[in-house]
Design a protein around this ligand. Structure first.
Ligand SMILES: O=C(O)CCC(=O)C(=O)O
Ligand SMILES: [Fe+2]
Length: 331
């Protein structure tokens, strides 16, 4: 982990003299990622925010905040705001992971937001798990919730997907339900030249039919083939503007299609790309502790969820930041 060796000296002395800085260290057991402790989301100083951005760069898009306690909703929103503009949670506001039903009257974003708040729902917070968010009683969920969720980046089927996602562990099982992360900047760096040549300038259409657990999204129907599936095309290699790094942008494998190719050729190319992109040495498996917030940069990282037992309980809060136009790599 050479970046750490380069910065330890300077960072160590800064921390030694000034207790108001947060503490950072490489995420234990991970090939990338930084763990941050000592952050108070409501009162982060400019210098601490800068440290967090350093952690983003050093961690190659993955930061784990270990708070050792549950956060209040406003604390998670404040932490989210460090990374960008807080975005509505998926599926709550039309256009952000939610379609309009035929015949439904169009309401403004403000009207939709007010309606959510009126029934006690936070428009910026998603709740993921098998507990009811208000009562915290167990609730029935689709059986697919307990299975393995496929590798993906969040909402890549829209033109401007969210940049950061934050997941806050509130109830986690003793076993199972880990979250996997896979560095796509590492995957881009190690892309074999022949494969790079074949994907240069090409786009993948990212399908919106299914959620990551394999459940059909509300209002969607199963397409005849990935070519017909509803989604949005994005460049296969993108650039992260802050660092100039390239990253593979694959979205999810299900119903993906390399536009302009014969279907079988697209399938073969996608299989080859996914085999390359998800090699174990690009990946990290996060075992959750209650109170942690893991932040990932969807421009740099795939993620997935490992299966869990059907009698286990898992409950997370989740927020995201507004995206930016996807920057294609120079062809
Ligand atoms: O629950 C998890 O571990 C990951 C869920 C997920 O894909 C997400 O929050 O975007
Ligand atoms: Fe996700």
């Amino acid at each position: 982990m050479h970046w750490w060796a380069e910065t330890t000296g300077a960072r160590g002395s800064r921390i030694g003299g000034m207790t108001e800085l947060v503490k950072t260290r490489p995420l234990p057991g991970a090939p990338f990622g930084v763990e941050v402790t000592g952050a108070e989301p409501r009162s982060l100083t400019a210098e601490q925010r800068e440290q967090i951005w350093d952690a983003h760069r050093e961690g190659q898009g993955l930061i784990c905040f270990s708070f050792g306690r549950l956060l209040e909703a406003d604390e998670l929103h404040a932490l989210t705001a460090v990374f960008g503009v807080n975005e509505f949670a998926p599926g709550k506001i039309v256009g952000i992971g939610k379609g309009t039903r035929a015949g439904q009257e169009r309401r403004t974003v403000e009207q939709q937001e007010a309606a959510l708040r009126a029934r006690g729902d936070d428009p910026y917070m998603a709740y993921i798990g098998n507990l009811d968010p208000a009562s915290l009683e167990e609730k029935a969920v689709d059986g697919k919730f307990y299975g393995e969720w496929e590798w993906h980046t969040d909402m890549s089927y829209i033109p401007v997907p969210p940049t950061f996602s934050l997941l806050h562990a509130r109830v986690v099982p003793d076993e199972g339900g880990d979250t996997g992360f896979c560095s796509q900047t590492m995957a881009a760096r190690e892309l074999p030249p022949d494969l790079r040549r074949r994907v240069n300038g090409r786009q993948i259409k990212h399908d919106s039919t299914y959620g990551s657990s394999g459940v059909l999204r509300p209002g969607m129907t199963v397409p005849d083939s990935p070519i017909e599936a509803i989604g949005h095309p994005h460049p296969i290699i993108r650039v992260v503007p802050e660092t100039g790094q390239e990253a593979l942008f694959l979205g999810r494998r299900t119903n993906a299609y390399v536009t302009g190719m014969a279907f079988d050729d697209s399938e073969r190319l996608l299989d080859e790309l996914w085999r390359h992109a998800t090699q174990p040495h690009f990946c990290y498996r996060h075992r959750w502790r209650v109170g942690q917030v893991v932040v990932w940069d969807n421009r740099m990282m795939l993620h997935m969820r490992h299966p869990m037992a059907e009698d286990a309980t898992r409950f997370m809060w989740r927020t995201q930041t507004r995206g930016e136009a996807v920057v294609p790599a120079a062809g």
